[in-house]
Design a protein around this ligand. Structure first.
Ligand code: AMP
Length: 434
């Protein structure tokens, strides 16, 4: 096969058999978000590079080396647009842009939005790490109370529970990383400690030491991990207000019996986070390097974009990772019901009637189909079974002539012949009435 017709590295194809997982996740997210009065939002796959530079931060891998730049084909004479565009690596920045651009500040606050979209990061592909991957996520913009943090965590917990992942499988890692007031003190205490080990840190962390020491806590390098183990705890440097808000969040989780693990080293990969930060991970994942989802407060982000000071909180989960967890735990996901009624034809005359019948049944709201290329009763019954049909309608040569039809109930294998004009009545009876 030619190279150019191969799938690009770090991407995947989602084949029909896999779709039930995607649908189950979409349904769970939709059900819980709509019940909580969230509105769905869809933003463009590409945005101006500045949007992410500002939000995610210059010291993150995403901005430094993982963004896909969008290049445009065209002749050199054509005027090129000045703006550099990149494929969206995450969802929050785009949603915040819309909030400001559409003047959502004047909507009733908080504004609650959710999305299900692909994201793009040019990282090194490995298990659970793609270059194109899907996230579902949500943002609550315009409310600073700890109750919103609790509601966010509750919503996440319910979605995961709906998918069959519960306290036996997953846990919330949680931390507070402070606000504008206490962050300088947190950074100072970390720098004072880390400067002593400067030469022993990995090159990336050496650079971060000046720019953003908090992010060093997030480093996965073994030699940095050993140093981080002795670093001061962020919680000891939180201001009174951050401390009390965080306490309320933890009490709220206790009250709802949502399990969490206080993780004083959790800082998350994106710079915009403040105060409560959290990740969902498998209980067995002690390395904490393969989270299922993560999020937190970003109370300063809107201001960074030139908007008014507006508190906000958000969360995003990786759909591919959730699916592999569902499979690993052997959680049963319902098959997608494709066909209710399968029409089987035997002979040329029956074939014509069958196609018209499928069309009519479809118009009456029944999911119906047939297998035109197949001629034997056995192979068509096999198709009916594979499609998960409840009823098979069989039209043989005799039925085609005397305008009758055999209804075979595939759930109990009973069958009976009816006059064609009784068909609707019988189908309604068998499929719609209890
Ligand atoms: P982040 O936007 O980095 O906070 O990530 C949120 C979630 O998205 C993670 O917990 C993962 O489940 C998922 N995720 C992030 N990066 C990738 C990737 N490269 N491939 C697959 N899933 C990812």
């Amino acid at each position: 096969m030619n190279e150019f017709i191969r799938k690009p590295r770090g991407t995947k194809d989602i084949l029909p058999d896999e779709q039930k997982y995607w649908r189950a996740i979409e349904k769970a997210v939709e059900k819980r978000c709509l019940a909580f009065d969230f509105g769905k939002i869809t933003t463009p796959s590409f945005e101006s590079v500045q949007l992410f530079d500002r939000a995610i931060g210059q010291t993150t891998d995403i901005v430094q080396k993982e963004m896909f730049e969008v290049k445009r084909y065209g002749t050199s004479e054509e005027k090129r647009e000045e703006e550099t565009l990149v494929l969206r690596p995450e969802g929050t920045a785009g949603v915040v842009r819309v909030y400001l651009e559409k003047g959502m500040q004047v909507w009733p606050q908080p504004v609650k939005l959710y999305y299900i979209e692909p994201m793009f990061r040019y990282g090194r592909p490995q298990k659970g790490r793609y270059r194109e991957f899907w996230q579902f996520g949500f943002e609550i913009i315009g409310d600073k109370s700890s109750q919103t943090d609790i509601a966010t965590l509750m919503l996440i917990w319910q979605i995961f529970n709906d998918l069959g992942l519960n306290e036996k499988d997953i846990i919330i890692d949680i931390n507070s990383i402070g606000c504008k007031i206490c962050r300088p003190q947190i950074n100072k205490s970390l720098s004072d400690y880390l400067i002593k080990y400067q030469k022993l840190l990995c090159p990336v962390c050496q650079e971060r030491l000046n720019l953003n020491p908090l992010r060093i806590l997030d480093c996965k390098e073994k030699k940095c991990q050993n140093i981080i183990a002795g670093a001061p705890q962020i919680i000891d440097y939180l201001c009174e207000s951050c401390k009390s808000d965080f306490k309320q969040v933890l009490e709220g989780l206790d009250e709802l019996a949502i399990p969490y693990d206080l993780n004083p080293r959790l800082v998350r990969g994106l710079d915009y986070y403040t105060k409560t930060t959290f990740e969902i991970r498998d209980l067995q994942d002690k390395t904490r390097q393969s989270s299922l989802g993560g999020g937190g407060r970003y109370d300063n982000l809107i201001e960074t974009y030139g908007g008014p000071s507006t508190p906000a909180i958000g969360f995003a989960a990786g759909i591919e990772r959730i699916i592999s967890k569902i499979k690993e735990k052997k959680i049963k996901i319902p098959e997608i019901q494709k066909t209710e009624i399968f029409v089987i034809q035997l002979g040329e005359k029956a074939k014509k009637i069958a196609l018209k019948l499928v069309y009519d049944l479809g118009n009456k709201g029944f999911a119906s189909s047939c297998a035109m290329g197949k001629n034997s009763l056995k192979s068509q019954l096999r198709s009916a079974d594979k499609n998960g049909a409840k009823l098979a309608l069989i039209i043989g040569q005799r039925e085609a002539l005397d305008k009758s039809i055999i209804i075979k109930d595939l759930r109990d294998s009973t069958q009976e012949s009816y006059s064609m004009n009784k068909l609707d009545e019988m189908i309604y009876k068998k499929l719609r009435q209890k």
